[in-house]
Design a protein. Sequence first.
Length: 192
Amino acid sequence: MGESALILASASPRRRELLAQCGCPFTVRPASIEERVGEQEAAVDYVRRVAEEKARFVHRELPDAWVLGSDTEVVLDGRILGKPGSGHEARDMLKALSGRSHQVFSAVVLIGPDGSCRHRTSVTEVEFGALPETWIDRYARSGAGRDKAGAYGIQNEAGLWIRRISGSYSGVVGLPLYETAELLREAGLLSA
């Protein structure tokens, strides 16, 4: 890595674990932004915008650093599901996803010390098998999906119900590794 530090603009332990796999030293500085979908805003535009806003928030405080921002959203029938606000909302999301395919959009943005902005987005197709009502209720009550887009984490018990995935597993977890490593290599922060 060069003279400038790399900062992950996220409090997510999953993103921290994934970024560590790149072998590039970094520190964590969570971004505090409002995440609200704009009227008529497409999912791909939304995840890219939020990832960039997270990175810019931290970059304003530390302008000499490389800052990595990311956002992941679950999209069903063109609608961004977001994170559930309650157990009831988590149940509704899981019932809607049951036995169906949906998309997971995961954007990653890297802002350099010079203010340059690079970005990548992965789109992954995920198909759940039929989810039993008893499992949905138990999972929603457990809180395992409370802080996760679409009310589930592919890396926990919900992954046992995923029939098929086409795309980036790490993108569904929260940080698409291929795209992230691509940005880090382009910036000279990661060797080939």
